[in-house]
Design a protein around this ligand. Structure first.
Ligand SMILES: Nc1nc2c(ncn2[C@@H]2O[C@H](COP(=O)(O)OP(=O)(O)OP(=O)(O)O)[C@@H](O)[C@H]2O)c(=O)[nH]1
Ligand SMILES: [Mg+2]
Length: 280
């Protein structure tokens, strides 16, 4: 990481998230094509936060992204993150930095939207794209998962299917409820048929527009500083956990837990006792 640091910092990082099967990989593949037409070097990370054994997803993504498999200016990698301490926030930024230092102009990070992972991916990217599709119950899901706060750009994919206009209307009215300060970015909604490449040009154009806004508003710098802060924190917390594991094993925690169960201690006092061992 120390050797890579001087070479990194140039890549534009785009996060794509959405429910399983919404069309993230298809959209990513189409965007890779659009960026390659401009002669850009592209990195793709498909992160599966749901399984430490993502053989299936890995194979699926390889097949779907085959269009670019022989292009030496495109690097595609699937990785699983559950099971790693810190999850997405620990492993993915480091993978992004490797691709960045390797000269990728654009890094696309695809994450399946499950639970907190879409919020995490928003923290990793310069621009976050949230994908929705008709017939997936995405309207309700969108509100539930809090994705309405994280999208810089919304894509209603599978517009060839019935209900796309309704999803777009629902999304537009929900986004309109958000309180945005003067000069804030208003996330656009783009309809696509990713499989046919329809609307992908418009997605690329909106990405350009968002990037320009990020740079002119100073938000790009703010996001990157926030990202670095999260990364440092994830590494430090992981190191602390490991140190605690090395020094104390599990027996100390077991003793404290037994005391809490017996009523001779409470969880806060036990946590304080544990923390005190770090500063001794
Ligand atoms: N009808 C229709 N099908 C599409 C469209 N875009 C993608 N699909 C199909 O939807 C399926 C899922 O697409 P993917 O791109 O793999 O979706 P994903 O979001 O990456 O899926 P996971 O990574 O498994 O969560 C595939 O069979 C695609 O061919 C579209 O615009 N219209
Ligand atoms: Mg996929």
């Amino acid at each position: 990481m120390a050797a890579l640091a001087p070479h990194a910092g140039n890549a534009y990082v785009i996060g794509l998230t959405g429910s399983p099967g919404v069309g993230k990989s298809t959209t990513t593949t189409a965007l890779v094509g659009a960026f390659r037409e401009r002669g850009l070097r592209v990195g793709v990370l498909a992160v599966d936060p749901s399984s430490p054994f993502s053989g299936g997803a890995l194979l699926g993504d390889r097949i779907r992204m085959q269009d670019h498999a022989l292009d030496p200016e495109v690097y595609i990698r699937s990785m699983a993150s559950r099971g790693h301490l810190g999850g997405l926030s620990f492993t993915t930024p480091q993978a992004i930095r490797v691709l960045d230092a390797a000269g990728c102009d654009v890094v696309l990070v695809e994450t399946v939207g499950v639970g907190q992972s879409e919020v995490e991916v928003a923290g990793l990217a310069d621009t976050s794209v949230v994908l929705l599709a008709p017939g997936m119950g995405d309207g309700i899901q969108a509100a539930k998962a809090g994705i309405l706060e994280i999208g810089d750009l919304y894509v209603v994919n599978k517009a060839d299917r019935e209900g796309a206009a309704q999803v777009r209307r629902d999304l537009r009215s929900m986004l309109a409820l958000a309180q945005r300060p003067e000069g804030a970015w208003k996330p656009p909604i783009v309809k696509t048929v990713a499989q046919q490449g329809e609307g992908v040009g418009e997605v690329a154009a909106e990405l350009d527009r968002h990037r320009a806004w990020l740079e002119s508003s100073g938000e790009l710098e703010r996001r990157r500083v926030r990202r670095a802060r999260d990364e440092i924190e994830a590494i430090a917390v992981t190191a602390l956990r490991e140190r605690w594991g090395d020094l104390h094993g599990r027996t100390e925690l077991d003793d404290l837990a037994a005391a809490v169960v017996a009523g001779t201690s409470d969880p806060y006092a036990a946590a304080d006792e544990l923390l005190a061992t770090f500063t001794e």
